[in-house]
Design a protein around this ligand. Structure first.
Ligand code: 2RA
Length: 330
């Protein structure tokens, strides 16, 4: 497979290269693609060096698949050009996610929606992905009525400049440009992406709308508060789920433990629960603090953690490519 990685020099782009190598995706050639200022740079993949090329050159090199992580406007402009050339695009930006003509895919949940006609496939928002993988087996068994989620999101979700801001603040260096409107070190910002007219942020609205689309169920009511915290290892989420039918906690634990890509870490007596410091660099989603919401019937509380650059972005995209390959769609 010839694989183009568009936005190869960014945080997610370099994670995509790592994940492709680690999962032994059958790559015959990597085509690193980036904007004008990175063309000519070298990228290493499995010990070999590849030169970063521009968009037109990449299209002419006819990759089988292009994994985009280059922002919404690049994607809106370039993904159709790749698709018109017969190249399947898996896009990490928010550009196509809510387009009714495009599929929004989390392989563990809805890969079976994909057909050979899908030439631009959207990868969901990181905070949505880790939540829906956990919701899916529970919804199938107990039917979810409503979800209340509060997130604790890593600065890596914003990008390299945000990681630089955090570490610069930590050593008192004020010369690094700020990407957040406030200090992030020793602070918490209830603000991810831009505010909307309804008072929610765009990140919160993504979690709401994308969840309904991925689960193919608009009856699931979702409300979200998304928060940036000064960590780099992954996103954490406190998820409160109300079901139509009652559950027992042992079955919930068994269901989650049996879910592909999910690891249950739930032994509070021994201080064992998921933490972003432990999810860093891992492909799995970690779930713990599994308990009843004692204030309401048929309601469950969970703590869900995953590396947002991995399952929240790169790993999910590579898993989509793996599925397409297995089904001979690329
Ligand atoms: C964030 N969800 O964490 C975003 C990244 N796509 O900011």
């Amino acid at each position: 497979m010839k694989v183009a990685v568009v936005g190869a020099t960014g945080l997610v782009g370099s994670e995509i290269l790592k994940v492709l190598a680690e999962r032994n995706f059958p790559v015959t050639e990597i085509i690193p693609v980036a904007s004008e200022r990175s063309i000519g740079k070298k990228i290493s993949f499995k010990g070999q060096e590849f030169t970063v090329v521009g968009y037109e050159d990449a299209i002419n090199m006819k990759p089988n698949v292009a994994i985009f992580s280059a922002g919404g406007s690049t994607s809106l402009e370039m993904a159709p050009k790749f698709a018109e050339a017969g190249i399947t695009v898996i896009d990490n930006s928010s550009a196509w996610r809510m387009d009714p003509t495009k599929k929004l895919i989390v392989p563990e949940v809805n890969a079976d929606e994909l057909t050979p006609a899908d030439k631009i496939i959207a990868n969901p928002n990181c905070s949505t992905i880790q939540m829906v993988v956990v919701m899916k087996p529970l919804h199938d068994k107990y039917k979810i009525k409503r979800v209340v989620v509060s997130t604790y999101q890593s600065v890596t979700g914003t990008g390299k400049a945000a990681v630089d801001q955090l570490f610069a603040e930590r050593i008192g260096d004020n010369t690094v440009p700020k990407v957040y409107p406030h200090k992030i070190d020793l602070n918490v910002l209830p603000h991810i992406d831009v505010f909307q007219e309804n008072g929610y942020t765009k990140e919160e609205m993504k979690m709401i709308k994308e969840t309904n689309k991925i689960m193919s169920d608009d009856s699931i009511r979702v409300t979200a508060t998304t928060v940036r915290i000064p960590t780099v290892g992954g996103h954490s989420e406190a998820v409160n789920i109300e079901f139509e039918n009652d559950f027992d906690l042992d079955t919930v634990r068994e269901l989650l433990a049996a879910t592909e890509g999910v690891i249950v870490q739930d032994d509070p007596a021994n201080n064992i629960y998921p933490m972003p410091i432990n999810s860093h660099g891992k492909d799995e989603i970690f779930v713990g603090r599994i308990r009843r919401d004692e204030s309401q019937d048929k309601t469950l509380n969970l703590w869900v953690v995953a590396d947002n650059l991995r399952k929240g972005a790169a790993t999910n995209a590579v898993q989509i490519a793996e599925y397409l390959l297995k089904k001979e769609m690329i």
